[in-house]
Design a protein around this ligand. Structure first.
Ligand code: AMP
Ligand code: GLY
Length: 426
């Protein structure tokens, strides 16, 4: 079959890499893609939010499945757009409709959903501009640290955590009164701080049954020892030793099953992936957030651990027979180390030549922010540039291989964390 994959990051390269291995694939197109996805299929220059153009392309190239990588087109309703159009409604879309994508698109919606279905999460209250005073009173009633979340999509920057009560009040003001994140902060969720270790659980669902993919942990802070500002993710590890059988049983019973049943009971169709960001608080899982897509850079360790055909999994999601599908996982551990540009996550330069990609051995290289210039050179084109994934029998083993190649691949201003997974090694 011919597949169109939307997105341009490391997640999409990992998906494209895996899709390319399927016997069921005829042609793979990636829009807009990066220099790495171009090695797995054909990049096409289409804006992710130009649904009309996506439709024309799908019809012209006889596409029989659309896979959506990032959240924005989902929250903007690309799946609904396909269903509403007679010429393309038969083409399955992997990724939820708008109603399901609201789990990510609105923190207030997702908190209400969790509360309604008894899914463990931090206690919270939501405030609008007219309730600013009540918000301040609420902050004053809480113990620090204070967690403030813009309701809508804010490119991963909408969560602010501070120890300082005055600062929390000021941020609430910025968000509500000064539209710090535009429309996204017209509502603000203020919630209880959860103290624990985070992990990411990806669930594939056809809206009825589900499969839990290998668990991963990502490393969000720029600096070693989890210091400095948040980034899109500096690396990931899968599996996660503390997510043992007993813990995962709790995750499944208390979170995954109530989530799938909650969607069903609320009449929200869902075909795609639910990314559950969890906090392990003294052995009990709590939901930090839902995302309506796979995570990045978790995908770069989770997808390589799937041994079976990924198109078979997508077909299960699309056709509603996911329960019949057997998914086989690699028992080894995968570690991904992300090479980022100098200055990231603040302002950074692009256009730096990436060298020595061909000298990599024993790792899988996924491109994130890269492109091919007019001379055919691969250059940097984003803050997160290259994800290096390796396997090992232990985190240490896998990490050592990724770090070896992190030394080899080079570009001006290259930076990476050397401690990915270190906190998980006992
Ligand atoms: P989110 O955008 O919801 O993933 O939040 C960004 C990050 O903020 C999360 O990955 C957590 O590290 C942190 N965070 C969010 N909510 C809480 C909370 N209630 N308690 C502690 N940390 C949180
Ligand atoms: N790794 C976190 C995310 O994709 O949002």
């Amino acid at each position: 079959m011919n597949i169109l994959l939307l997105g341009s990051g490391g997640r999409e390269h990992a998906l494209a890499w895996k899709i390319k291995q399927s016997k069921k694939l005829n042609k793979l197109y990636i829009a807009p893609g990066n220099a790495g996805t171009a090695l797995c299929g054909t990049n096409v220059s289409i804006d992710l939010n130009d649904f009309e153009k996506i439709k024309s392309f799908v019809l012209e190239e006889n596409i029989s499945m659309l896979i959506v990588g990032p959240e924005t087109p989902l929250v903007e309703g690309i799946h609904d757009f396909f269903l509403a159009d007679k010429t393309i409604q038969h083409i399955p879309v992997i990724g939820p409709q708008k109603a399901g994508a609201m789990l990510e698109g609105s923190k207030d919606f997702s908190k209400k959903f969790m509360l309604k279905h008894g899914i463990p999460t931090a206690a919270y209250k939501t405030f609008t501009k007219s309730q600013l005073r009540d918000g301040v009173v609420f902050i004053n009633s809480l113990e620090p640290p204070y967690v403030l979340k813009a309701d809508g999509l804010a490119a991963g920057k909408g969560v602010i955590i501070t120890e300082n009560q005055g600062e929390a009040v000021q941020i609430l003001n910025y968000m509500l009164a000064d539209a710090m994140f535009g429309e996204a902060s017209s509502k603000v969720v203020i919630e209880e701080y959860l103290n624990g270790i985070e992990l990411s659980v990806f669930v594939a669902t056809d809206g009825n049954s589900y499969k839990i993919l290998p668990v991963a942990k990502d490393y969000k802070r720029i600096g070693e020892g989890d210091s400095g500002p948040n980034t899109g993710g500096m690396g990931s590890v899968s599996h996660v030793p503390f997510a043992d059988k007993a813990f995962m049983q709790k995750v499944e019973q208390k979170i995954v099953i109530p989530t799938i049943n909650g969607l069903k009971n609320d009449g929200i169709p869902y075909k795609g992936f639910i990314f559950i960001g969890l906090m392990n608080v003294k052995g009990e899982p709590y939901v930090i957030e839902y995302n309506a897509r796979l995570g990045d850079p978790e995908t770069e360790t989770v997808i390589p651990r799937i041994k079976s055909d990924i198109i078979d999994l997508f077909e299960g999601i699309a056709n509603g027979n996911l329960a019949e599908k057997e998914i086989v996982f690699d028992e080894r551990t995968a570690v991904c180390v992300m090479l980022v540009a100098n200055g990231y996550p603040e302002a950074y330069e692009k256009g730096k030549l990436i060298k020595n990609l061909d000298n990599v051995t024993d790792s899988i290289v996924f491109h994130a922010g890269t492109k091919t210039d007019t001379n055919g050179n691969i250059i940097t084109n984003g803050g997160r540039v290259i994800a290096i994934t390796s396997f090992g029998n232990t985190i240490e083993e896998a990490k050592t291989i990724s770090l070896k190649n992190a030394e080899i691949i080079d570009f001006e201003g290259k930076y990476y964390r050397k401690d990915i997974g270190k906190d998980l090694v006992i």
